[in-house]
Design a protein around this ligand. Structure first.
Ligand code: SF4
Ligand code: SF4
Length: 350
């Protein structure tokens, strides 16, 4: 189910969500609920990097009205969850609504569903502890995967720096990384996905692009269907790697689940230029093309403050700090763009 909202008026969003939950027969009365937003890093809400606090307020007020016990959690890239909640304008609202904050720092081993070649995944929180898990992604472009929507948002169940190890295993192979994300998503298996696309983000995503008013709020019991629906609206004709992987494995249910009141696509929502890893070409040719066509991360010396976070988070150890800005080893770089994602000053471009 998708709808239009041009503002973050919590009353308007709450009323939309109430109708949507009833329409998909979602029973939330007196349940224990885990809300999993996108809390990537400490960013002001108007940067459109994280799920908007007023969007979360609308959802949580609805849950409280239905006597739910509400927990909210995530695993930001390198900061503590407390810091992201404080700096992002969430902390007071969560206190007011008596929400329990759950940092994803535990150890829960989950067995993969066989989509990727990997067997065990170490989660920072066990989603099976809750009766209802609500996945609340932000609509954004993503330099590596094209877009980040419902399926990608559940990667946040992997603890902070451990995310980099999954990037390293996949290397530059977007298809392999997509299969890892699909496995993780199936292990989380959210009860419902609620997309905050009122204001989305476009450009150097997922953390350094431009806010774009899209007016989209979408709800589905199935994030694969929701992602395919939104991608169909915003980048018709392009099948992004996560959706391609899900389709190959027959994981996308019929679209009618989310077929209500489709929002108009924004006039301009350009995808980042990414490299297709599914070419049917010999491996050396594929590698050469990938090197030529995939965008390289670069630091802007005028903006960089030499904080060193990019070097710390790089899973391939491909960044070394020079005297004025970081230097990149493009042979070692796997183009995961974690450096760009985590740079607190927006100094890395792709
Ligand atoms: S994280 Fe950003 S500001 Fe810090 S050293 Fe790297 S490029 Fe510079
Ligand atoms: S330099 Fe940036 S894009 Fe390259 S591997 Fe390191 S974090 Fe990923």
């Amino acid at each position: 189910m998708a709808g239009r909202s041009d503002s973050y008026d919590p009353r308007e969003i709450k009323s939309f969500l109430e109708g949507a939950f009833s329409r998909i027969d979602l029973d939330i009365s007196a349940r224990s609920v885990l809300v999993k937003p996108n809390l990537l890093a400490s960013k002001a809400p108007d940067r459109a990097v994280t799920t908007h606090p007023d969007f979360l307020r609308a959802l949580i007020e609805l849950l409280v009205d239905h006597s739910c016990t509400v927990c909210l959690g995530d695993s930001p890239g390198y900061e503590s969850l407390d810091r992201v909640l404080r700096n992002g304008g969430y902390a007071d609202m969560l206190r007011e609504l008596a929400v329990q904050v759950v940092p994803f720092t535990k150890e829960a081993v989950k067995r993969g569903s066989g989509i990727s070649p990997y067997r065990d995944f170490l989660f920072g929180e066990d989603p099976d502890r809750y009766e209802v898990v609500i996945n609340v992604p932000k609509l954004k472009t993503h330099s590596m995967m094209g877009m980040t929507l419902g399926v990608k948002n559940t990667f946040g169940f992997i603890r902070g720096f451990a995310k980099g190890r999954w990037h390293l295993r996949a290397g530059r192979d977007r298809g392999l990384f997509a299969s890892i994300l699909v496995d993780i998503h199936r292990l989380v298996s959210p009860t419902v996905t609620v997309l905050d696309g009122v204001v989305g983000m476009c450009g150097d995503g997922p953390s350094n692009g431009d806010p774009v008013t899209c007016g989209i709020v979408a709800v589905s019991r199935d994030a694969f269907a929701l992602d395919a629906f939104i991608e169909g609206r915003l980048c018709p004709g392009v099948i992004l790697p996560i959706t391609a992987c899900a389709a190959r494995h027959g994981l996308i249910p019929p679209y009618e689940v989310i077929d209500l009141g489709s929002p108009p696509a924004p006039a301009r929502f350009p995808m980042p230029r990414t490299c297709d890893t599914d070419w049917n070409l010999p491996r050396p040719v594929k590698r050469l093309l990938r090197n030529l066509l995939t965008r390289k991360p670069k630091a802007d010396p005028g903006t960089c403050r030499l904080c060193g976070i990019c070097a710390e988070v790089c899973p391939a150890d491909a960044i070394h700090l020079g005297e004025r800005f970081p230097l990149f080893d493009y042979q070692a770089c796997i183009r995961c763009y974690c450096c760009q994602e985590m740079c607190p000053h927006g100094a890395i471009r792709t």
